[in-house]
Design a protein. Structure first.
Length: 158
């Protein structure tokens, strides 16, 4: 049974990560809902996971790829947890999250900054089943971390 799981582990995780990235791009570019800085940062671990899974599939005898996946999903968990904390007023926003468009006095600077509008990290502009995308990413990161740790456990005890 584990041999069958071992054969499909990396392709399934790769497809999940690819789906997450494509969904984020669809929401941002097709539905025209701008992403905040933390939303953009949350994509980085998934992009790294796609690369790790690609190489892990061909070199699955090396456990370093499983450890790298765990690290990537833990970093995704940390970023999405921080974003979720900002949305729920648990943490304060870092300076890169706030939008300072209204603090300028020059008209051309104001118009230029409006063209480069990036929402603050506290506002939730899109929900699925009442959950923000940061919440969904937090839950997904927990699940992927636990699945990868479980896979590593069975790989070690085999």
């Amino acid at each position: 049974m584990f041999d069958r799981i071992k054969k499909f582990f990396f392709p399934i995780v790769l497809l999940i990560c690819l789906f997450v990235i494509l969904s984020a791009l669809y929401i941002e570019h097709i539905l025209s809902i701008p992403a905040c800085k933390l939303c953009l940062y949350q994509r980085i671990p998934y992009i790294l996971s796609i690369i790790i899974c690609f190489f892990g599939y061909f070199f699955y005898s090396n456990k370093i790829f499983i450890y790298l996946l765990i690290f990537a999903f833990l970093s995704s968990l940390f970023i999405s947890g921080y974003h979720l904390g900002i949305e729920n007023n648990i943490f304060t926003e870092f300076s890169g999250c706030t939008n300072e468009n209204l603090n300028t006095t020059n008209k051309t600077e104001l118009l230029e900054s409006l063209n480069n509008y990036m929402p603050n990290c506290k506002s939730v502009s899109f929900r699925i089943l009442g959950l923000s995308l940061a919440t969904i990413n937090f839950i997904l990161s927990i699940a992927l971390t636990l699945i990868t740790i479980t896979y590593l456990y069975y790989e070690k005890n085999r």
